[in-house]
Design a protein around this ligand. Structure first.
Ligand SMILES: [Zn+2]
Ligand SMILES: [Zn+2]
Length: 117
């Protein structure tokens, strides 16, 4: 019989186990909170990125923050994942090993994080 029986333990041991359990549940709770926060942030970012019909197609704007992009400077970058053009502050380059550039926008990076959780 290796089944854990709390009554067979002394107070110190019991407290130790309870502490571990408590810490475990607190972590789970924190994780859930983090996911909820990320979801909300993602929703806000996505809503912002919706292209509105009154916007003229010729004007280049960031697909995420709607900031205007220049023709020569701050032209933005194409996200490798969703293929939207985003400005510098709305994208990141997680891998810069000198190989092919890999750029992902903020929304995609959050979505990618979800898969890791
Ligand atoms: Zn932007
Ligand atoms: Zn993207």
């Amino acid at each position: 019989m290796t089944k854990l029986n709390l009554h067979q333990l002394n107070n110190e041991e019991r407290n130790k186990i309870l502490n571990v359990l408590e810490r475990y549940y607190t972590t789970q709770e924190a994780k859930r909170d983090r996911i909820r926060q990320l979801r909300e942030r993602l929703k806000i970012l996505k809503d912002k990125g919706v292209i509105r019909s009154h916007e003229k197609p010729g004007i280049r704007v960031c697909s995420r923050c709607r900031g205007k992009l220049g023709m020569f400077f701050n032209t933005g970058a194409i996200c490798n994942r969703c293929e939207r053009r985003v400005c510098q502050s709305c994208c990141q380059e997680p891998r810069s090993d000198g190989g092919a550039r890999y750029i992902i926008c903020n929304v995609c990076s959050i979505e990618r994080m979800f898969k890791l959780v």
